[in-house]
Design a binder for this molecule. Sequence first.
Ligand SMILES: *Cc1c(COP(=O)(O)O)cnc(C)c1O
Length: 528
Amino acid sequence: MNQSGWRPERPQAGEGGAVTYTGNRALMLEEPLIFEIGDERTTGVDLAERSAVPSRLGSLVRSRPIGLPGLSEPETIRHYTRLSRQNYAIDLGLFPLGSCTMKHNPRLNEKLARLPGFADIHPLQPVDTVQGALGVINELAVWLIKLTGMHGVAMSPKAGAHGELCGMLCIKAALEARGEGHRKVVLVPESAHGTNPATAAFAGFTVENIPANAEGRVDTAALEARLGPDVAAVMITNPNTCGLFERDMKRISDAVHAAGGYVYCDGANFNAIVGKVRPGDLGIDAMHINLHKTFSTPHGGGGPGSGPVVLSEALSPFGPLPYTARTDDGHVHLVEEGNAEAFSREHFDGAVTSFGRMTAFHGQMGMFTRALTYILSHGADGLRQVAEDAVLNANYVLRSLEDVLDAPFAGSGPCMHEALFSDDGLPEGFSTLDIAKGLIDEGYHPMTVYFPLVVHGAMLVEPTETESKAALDQFIGALRSVAERARAGDAGLKTAPHFAPRRRLDETQAARKPVLVWKEAPLAEAAE
Ligand SMILES: *Cc1c(COP(=O)(O)O)cnc(C)c1O
């Protein structure tokens, strides 16, 4: 292997141990960038000698080699396999990222998503040739409506944030249809995920914050006091990002509706209440569902998201095209721009009021298949059990660690599916970051840190329902040990991680001055 230009930051073999020749530590292999090991003069395939055609694009002639690294097939496979071993993954261990719902992805879902009838079709195929796939989309839509007690659903949004945008565009269209497009203010609680205010602003609204009360829930009185003729909507996460159920949701919805606004619910945490609570019963007008969270489709480097939005009766007419509809003859129609009017004339009141389109085609087919498989394989009782076990596991983590880590809302009663801690009470000089880095040495991906913003030094732990008690106990033991080291003032924790391929990075520098392009050209050097 050509290793010119390979200058690994030779890691120590262990605390006080020797430097290794290779930079590897036992079977933990160092891996340089592909540009550092590849060579323009080598290639994995034998191409026929090309004739002397100048390398040009129109009138532009290439002035220097393109500089692509060439590697043989085994070199290429090793490069990417070595890199892949440096990833932490849900298939390796517990992934405590709060708000992200990193749960096991059942292999049954994968098997069904790979069936050729789902995996090998094309969105431009004639509708009659893809009735099975459209049937899956339609069946999942029916389930999502049933589970949420809503009226309609837009399946095409491709992530939670995309679903938020879809929901807010429905609200905007509904307001404009009523001649109330002047309502521009969207109220968002302080604890909201950053995507909520970003979405509202992107959709052309002005964002105003609503404070939280001492319990970590929305300050209902402050919210009600702010309602008025300029308010378009509120965006509320329920369960909220402090891991608490917003008990006053129905009262809030009633107040917002009475004041002429709409209620958007961020449904990213639906996994805590699926099968237990129907958002439609709480007066919600629009809510996205992250299939990649609640319904276990892979995410976090493992797959694309999918964020269908369930809609109330008031908002459904404004939902995006295309949508699927099954008629009594069993045929699944794909209602798009070309046929929407005719379809509406035949089946509805004839008016097409859709705000438009979110995506080129129909959404994330592979995720639909996985999510429907998950729903059908769990059944109604199984889904309820998912919510109960997710909540039970989070409370187990909360109560097992509240003696060593500050738990700001532990006094507000049981948490939902995630346990919130803070760095309050750690000795001077120790913070959430040290706890997170210490967990890396223990072999865990850190929990979500510094979110939600309403809690200083927040640590949000979401174990999900797919972890066994043994796995939870080991994680709790690891986090307890790291917390105790911080409390004892262990200076070693300030420089953790010690066992990772890279030590503590300058994250401020990385954020302010990211190096996004590989600059060095060892080949040019070698040629000179
Ligand atoms: C994950 C999440 C989102 C955004 O969802 P994406 O699918 O990542 O776009 C929004 N709100 C909350 C509370 C979330 O946890």
